[in-house]
Ligand binder design. Structure first.
Ligand code: NDP
Length: 321
């Protein structure tokens, strides 16, 4: 008779956030879930992962075999600049609680989420996976960055000491439905979508913070969701993997604003206020991803921005603003 494999239970921390909601969509609406699998999406209401006891209790309750670890204290540039200590301490605790509890419960695979903003401030471009620890991160978010870097260190230690396959992905700037659209604390694209929508509604000019010259690679949350599920199933390395569109698809903030303005049909005046710009560029190289998935179809930015704007307008009442 056939040997039945143990059921697979995937626990997604941060399941109520931008990336978590995208994974949920892929799992439930795009056939991302395989037969016999159970997927559990957690929010901070299920467990405050800063707390070791609550982390343990939630693992006890669901007994996962696999974990996608997305939960993090995250924010926009200006919030990071004001709260480096809090970002450092909360994220160190969340990550240690999740990884160590996963290990103690015999979880066979963990995919955690790093970020392209944790790379050294002074570096050569394009950035690749080997360069994470090569120098201090940008000063504006050093707390968050050092906590994230330690996930990679800890993954290697679990492998070295216990042979665990705990790994990490490194997305560039993510956006999409369910993002934080708050104008002060949100990510750049989503804050700009909210601002543009507001300016249109109120008939006021659109004020864009900063010069518009910094360049970024943006990844649509649903593309990232599909890629993280691929990593959970197929990616066997401990070393992290950058999840990004190609270098040729990097755009300036100004170009992104133009796409938002077109998607929302904003016809008013656009100003820019000189404020801190953040890093001028942080071009990441996706060659490793392309070696594994040469044909992965990234959603074109214009289309992804349009879908995000449509979602924001339709879901304004529930959107985080
Ligand atoms: P969101 O801010 O949208 O979601 C954060 C998630 O973490 C939410 O589900 C939130 O729960 C949960 N969370 C926060 N604090 C705690 C806590 N103390 N205990 C339990 N859960 C908690 O984040 P994203 O989806 O944007 O980010 C997901 C991951 O991707 C993060 O690790 C982030 O660092 C990384 N990343 C994000 C990028 C981006 O551009 N967005 C870029 C690169 C990496 P609740 O809803 O209940 O608050």
């Amino acid at each position: 008779s056939e040997v039945k494999e143990a059921p697979i239970r995937v626990l997604v921390t941060g399941g109520s956030g931008l990336v978590g909601k995208a994974i949920e969509h892929v799992v439930q609406r795009e056939g991302g879930k395989l037969e016999g699998e159970e997927w559990i999406f957690l929010s901070s209401k299920d467990a405050n992962l800063v707390d070791a006891g609550q982390t343990r209790a939630v693992f006890e309750k669901y007994r996962p075999t696999h974990v996608i670890h997305l939960a993090a204290k995250v924010g926009g540039l200006y919030l990071h600049m004001r709260q480096n200590l809090q970002f450092l301490r909360d994220n160190i605790k969340i990550n240690d609680n999740v990884l160590q509890t996963a290990h103690e419960f015999g979880v066979t695979k963990v995919v955690s989420c790093l970020s392209s903003c944790i790379f050294p401030d002074e570096t050569t471009y394009p950035i690749n996976e080997t360069m994470i620890h090569d120098g201090p991160p940008h000063d504006s978010n050093f707390g968050y960055s050092h906590a994230k870097r330690m996930i990679d260190v800890q993954n290697r230690a679990y492998y070295r000491q216990y042979g665990r396959c705990y790994t990490a992905v490194i997305p560039t700037n993510v956006f999409g439905p369910y993002d934080n659209f708050n104008i002060e604390n949100g990510h750049v694209l989503s804050a700009l979508i909210n601002k543009t929508h507001k300016a249109k509604k109120e008939g006021t000019p659109l004020n864009v913070c900063g010069s518009g010259t910094p360049r970024r690679q943006f990844i649509y949350s649903l593309d990232l969701g599909r890629l993280i599920i691929w990593a959970l199933r197929k990616y066997k390395e401990i070393d992290p993997i950058i999840m990004s569109v190609g270098e040729e698809d990097e755009v300036s903030i100004k170009e992104a604003v133009e796409m938002i303005v077109a998607a929302l049909d904003f016809k008013g005046t656009i100003f820019d206020t000189t404020l801190s710009d953040g890093q001028l560029k942080k071009t990441a190289n996706n060659a490793k991803l392309r070696r594994y998935l040469p044909d992965f179809p990234f959603t074109p930015l214009k289309e992804a921005i349009r879908m995000t704007c449509d979602w924001f307008v339709e879901n304004y009442d529930i959107a985080r603003t």
